[in-house]
Write a protein that binds this ligand. Structure first.
Ligand code: PHE
Length: 581
């Protein structure tokens, strides 16, 4: 296909405009030997370049020959070919069928048109008309081949015999406009200082404003995935009525980081191998309140408040050493002390999410700084049961529903529990946090009433982020190896819950089975089945079993039968086949 410029097309148009006031795009297309579509493209470019032409559209029916029609255009209709091949002395049907192309169709049509006839005596076929008959169908096809328009009846005939295709095409009649010329100037897009200074703007054409253009995206920053996750955690805490603690100072005295938390001064965590000590200023500039300091000193050295203490010589000098805080619990301690100083104790829920520092050997999962998420509730007689309940609520909001707790040790909590969650992807229990009830040795010296207890928990921000963003090296998340494009692509983090929904086939099938409506669905599903799928118990049964609340089971006969049966597989769960809906 020839290549043209807009100006080539304008030259062609100019020539056509000499004889015709209006030029149809189909004519232009055949003149230029271009597809009609391309010509329409040129038309649009010309229109965009200025007031060169006007265009009016109309629908044109484009008729083209099918292969059979093409043959007829060349050779005449089948009946015409048949008639032409009947010799003066007639032809037997057998010979005709053998020698004349499309004889069967041609003979039928020629007989119907009475161009030929069959002699009953000799059984042969003879010409009934001697003069060459007018081949209407052949002529119609010839007309189409020559690009001539058809009469309505002709078109109907050709369509009836399925010889043509009909396509509707929007064509344009082009007329010369006032600004017609055969050259195009690129219109100016900006009114510049130069154009103004030498009056050149007067003779220039300017590109019209396109008010529908999307415009250039302004450059902007992206939130780091950790910040996105932080705001997800923050929202959860806020939804649960927690207040955020001020955590903006990274430097703390050992006093708030360790001593206030009843962490003995010989504790290994207070070694320079684990903690960054400051060299300048090496000691805290402000003393903690003197009376409180005294009480902390006492509880470490000789005990008190029903505690025996550690029985060592507590040193203020050691307590005043500045450190980069090793946990945000340092801030919790400060805030609880403040709370204890209020005239009347007010139950309080606090949280913080911020950076902490540890002198760690760096590896794929450890950095010298990371973020901690921490929550605490101070109230009258809160208990371990409350802690477990709150943790379930908190993690459920993150999409984590299966939790287990393992007894652990922290100098400042008793009892202490490590928190494990079942990782559906890894198919194993993984540690996700630490928790406990703050010891009276920590709370009582602060001045909190005896019947006030404090439950608290902490977790890192990086670990769930790595799981969520499928990273196995923490350095891809923090530090110079972090790929800035991650910020653009990382989704907002609340989707975990959705993911759980999607990855848990039972949930996807029946919804949340702790709800009666969904249980009813399960009941009718089980009304004609022994198991969720197939004829054997599968892991799907086990999953569904775990989701159903035992106290609701008896309301649904089929669920109850199935539930009791699946319970008998206990101990074999992991050996059951996976199963698929
Ligand atoms: N501070 C603990 C840590 O560094 C976490 C924690 C917070 C534990 C609150 C118990 C209570 O891991």
């Amino acid at each position: 296909m020839p290549e043209y410029t807009v100006e080539d097309v304008l030259v062609k148009l100019e020539a056509l405009f000499i004889s015709d006031a209006s030029v149809c795009t189909t004519d232009l297309a055949s003149d230029l030997q271009l597809e009609h579509q391309k010509v329409v493209g040129f038309m649009k470019s010309i229109q965009a370049a200025g007031d060169y032409i006007s265009a009016t559209d109309r629908v044109k029916v484009d008729v083209t020959l099918k292969p059979e029609g093409e043959g007829i255009a060349k050779n005449g209709s089948h009946e015409f070919v048949f008639w032409s091949n009947v010799p003066e002395e007639g032809i037997t049907q057998g010979d005709a069928m053998k020698n004349i192309p499309n004889a069967k169709l041609g003979m039928g049509k020629a007989l119907a048109a009475k161009w030929i006839s069959k002699n009953k005596e000799d059984g042969k076929i003879y010409r009934a008309v001697k003069e060459t008959p007018e081949d209407t169908i052949g002529n119609i096809c010839k007309k189409v081949a020559a690009g001539q328009p058809l009469e309505a009846k002709e078109l109907a005939d050709a369509k009836k015999r399925k010889l043509v295709d009909e396509k509707k095409l929007t064509v344009f009649d082009l007329k010369k406009s006032a600004g017609f010329k055969t050259t195009v100037e690129k219109p100016e897009t900006e009114l510049t200082k130069e154009l103004l200074a030498n009056d050149a703007w007067k003779s220039k054409t300017f590109k019209e404003y396109n008010y529908n253009a999307t415009g250039v995206r302004p450059p902007h920053g992206f939130l780091h995935p950790l910040l996105k996750l932080r705001s997800a955690y923050r929202n959860i805490f806020l939804e649960m009525g927690f207040e955020e603690m001020p955590t903006s100072n990274f430097v703390e005295s050992s006093f708030w980081n360790f001593d206030a938390l009843f962490q003995p001064q010989q504790h290994p965590a207070r070694d320079a191998h684990d903690t960054f000590f400051l060299s300048e200023p090496a000691s805290a500039l402000n003393d903690p309140p003197a009376d409180y300091l005294e009480r902390v000193k006492n509880i470490h050295s000789h005990g008190g408040f029903d505690s025996k203490g550690y029985g060592y010589d507590w040193s203020k000098e050691e307590a005043m050493k500045n450190v980069l805080r090793t946990h945000t619990t340092a801030v919790s301690a400060k805030m609880l002390y403040k709370l204890a100083q209020q005239k009347e104790f007010k139950p309080t829920k606090y949280f913080s999410i911020d950076r902490v520092f540890r002198n760690e050997t760096l590896d794929n999962t450890h950095l010298a700084e990371f973020h901690q998420v921490e929550g605490l509730i101070a109230d009258y007689n809160v208990s371990l049961a409350d802690l477990i309940g709150v943790l379930h609520t908190f993690f459920k909001k993150l999409g984590i529903e299966k939790l287990k707790f393992k007894p652990a040790y922290n100098p400042y909590t008793e009892p202490s529990m490590e928190i494990f969650s079942y990782h559906e992807g890894l198919k194993k229990w993984t540690e996700i946090g630490n928790s406990g009830m703050f010891r009276p040795e920590m709370l009582r010296p602060m001045g909190l009433p005896e019947n006030v207890s404090v439950i608290a928990w902490g977790l890192s921000l990086e670990r769930p982020a790595m799981i969520k963003y499928k990273m196995n090296n923490i350095r891809e998340l923090c530090g110079y190896k972090y790929d800035l494009r991650n910020g653009q692509n990382a989704s907002i983090c609340r989707v975990d819950f959705e993911r759980l929904r999607k990855t848990c086939p039972v949930r996807a099938r029946f919804g949340d089975l702790s709800r009666q409506t969904n249980l009813r669905k399960l009941n009718s599903w089980l009304s004609e089945r022994s198991y969720l799928v197939d004829d054997v118990a599968t892991k799907l049964d086990v999953q569904a079993h775990a989701h159903v609340q035992p106290e609701l089971v008896d309301n649904y006969a089929h669920v109850a039968r199935w539930w009791n049966h699946i319970a008998t597989y206990k101990g074999e769960y992991e050996f059951l086949p996976d199963g698929k809906f």
